[in-house]
Design a protein around this ligand. Structure first.
Ligand code: UTP
Length: 269
């Protein structure tokens, strides 16, 4: 079945970005002059997505306003809003999009991770359509860093395209128990049965409904793959990561890049 819909969870509280997130949602923080969420919509469209579901909260009306404007400006892209009024975790946020998604497989993109293009998502969609199973985006990290992430246990070797079958996954393992150095990044393409699994999940860590708990069940039951990302990525979920992304993209920006780079060189001596 073709993957045409993407869910973008935007209902979190953005506590790491206080005080700005008391007035501006984290997902709309500017990357130079473009809201981060716009870059994620562009990634979706580049991978063939034609329906995006923004999961928002009534406390963040700017997300819905942004969605309405973007729908008008982006010909051929339908944007729906689903609500999650309490931030009960990523799994719960995805579950809130069930009605808007319908019966098809769908992508999930975390808007506080920015990719340099649509290639990874497009490849993940292709793997999902070919295998009939869910797919997660992967990144290799130094072994001593794995404890901060969801880590996969491969069920075989990475192929020449960076695709690997996954047996199971563990959340934030101690280094000595980590089954690999491949962490799950904020890009997923999921088969529709994940909604039933999410509904049956008991609250996990911090009382939240964790998406990883549903994905582990999928991985242990049937075909489930990871795709190693070979494109640039910025984690903009914390102030340092956001700042790094803005500087990195500003250096390459055709409008401000040359002047900004000259200033930066001077500033750094
Ligand atoms: P994060 O955990 O990075 O976002 O979730 P957060 O909770 O807003 O940030 P902090 O930890 O308080 O600083 C990744 C994405 O998932 C969404 C967030 O809005 C963010 O875009 N999310 C998270 C939800 O939509 N609902 C949730 O319950 C949790």
């Amino acid at each position: 079945m073709r993957v045409r819909t993407a869910v973008i969870p935007c209902a979190g509280q953005g506590t790491r970005f206080r005080p700005i997130t008391r007035t501006v949602p984290k997902e709309l923080l500017p990357i130079i002059a473009t809201p981060a969420l716009q870059l994620v919509l562009d990634e979706c469209v580049g991978a063939g997505i034609d329906h995006v579901v923004l999961v928002s909260s009534h406390d963040k009306p700017a997300i819905e306003r942004f969605g309405k404007d973007a729908e008008q400006e982006m010909a051929g892209l339908k944007i729906s809003i689903a609500y999650q009024d309490e931030p009960r975790g990523l799994g719960h946020a995805v579950g809130c999009a069930r009605e808007a998604v319908g019966d098809e497989p769908f992508a999930v993109l975390l808007p506080d991770e920015l990719m340099s293009g649509s290639q990874l998502l497009a490849q993940m969609i292709d793997v999902c359509e070919r295998t009939g199973g869910s797919v997660v985006g992967l990144k290799r990290v130094p072994m001593h860093e794995v404890g901060a992430y969801g880590v996969i246990a491969p069920a075989g070797d990475l192929d020449a395209n960076g695709v690997v079958p996954i047996a199971t996954m563990v959340e934030k393992p101690p280094v000595e128990d980590a089954p690999s150095d491949l962490i799950i990044i904020g890009r997923y393409v999921l088969t529709n049965d994940v909604f039933d699994l999410i509904e049956r999940l008991p609250p996990g860590a911090k009382g939240e409904i964790q998406l990883t708990d549903a994905l582990r069940q999928q991985a242990e039951a049937g075909p489930f793959h990871g795709v190693l990302s070979r494109i640039g990525r910025h984690d903009t979920g914390n102030p340092l990561g956001w700042l790094t992304a803005v500087v990195d993209l500003a250096i390459d920006d055709p409008t401000v890049g040359p002047e900004f780079t000259a200033w930066l060189r001077g500033r750094l001596g």
